[in-house]
Unconditional design. Structure first.
Length: 160
């Protein structure tokens, strides 16, 4: 009798683990698919030979952003809109500010309690760094810093 209970318990536990694994893979499948599609398109549109970073941005418009190197060795960032009617944007990495510089600009204006994420995106047709963070009140905030070095614009969306 104890062997039956033990056997049934093992089958139930394995079944539950299998269910969770299945749910996990189904949840990450769209992101993995978007990642592969974006890299393929970035290689075609921007002549990338390598893809070093990938960001998924979901703002007013959805974008996949791929950072990589072109055949000539130039590092570029490629913003690929989900809406295929929009244009792909390609910028030299050297013409933009770094992730660290974006974080420093946030720190000049705010004192976040916890940084949740930093990603490249597109806001109002401008390539941006999006920094999501919690303030001291544990409220979600978004800080947008223009990616191009020639721009000096930042936007704070507070207390969401």
């Amino acid at each position: 009798m104890k062997k039956w209970i033990l056997g049934i318990s093992i089958v139930v536990v394995v079944g539950i683990i299998g269910l969770f694994v299945n749910v996990y893979f189904q949840a990450v499948n769209p992101l993995n698919s978007a990642h592969q599609t974006a890299i393929t398109e970035a290689k075609q549109k921007a002549n990338l030979v390598s893809a070093d970073q990938f960001y998924q941005f979901n703002g007013t418009e959805n974008y996949s952003v791929v950072v990589g190197k072109q055949k000539n060795g130039t590092k570029v960032a490629v913003w690929i809109p989900e809406n295929k009617k929009e244009n792909v944007t390609i910028m030299k990495w050297a013409d933009g500010i770094s992730k660290k510089e974006a974080l420093n600009k946030l720190m000049e204006k705010k004192t976040p309690a916890k940084i949740l994420g930093i990603r490249l995106g597109m806001k109002d047709q401008m390539p941006v760094w999006e920094v999501s963070f919690l303030d001291k009140s544990k409220k979600l905030n978004y800080f947008y810093i223009d990616f191009p070095k020639t721009s000096n614009h930042s936007t704070l969306i507070e207390n969401i």
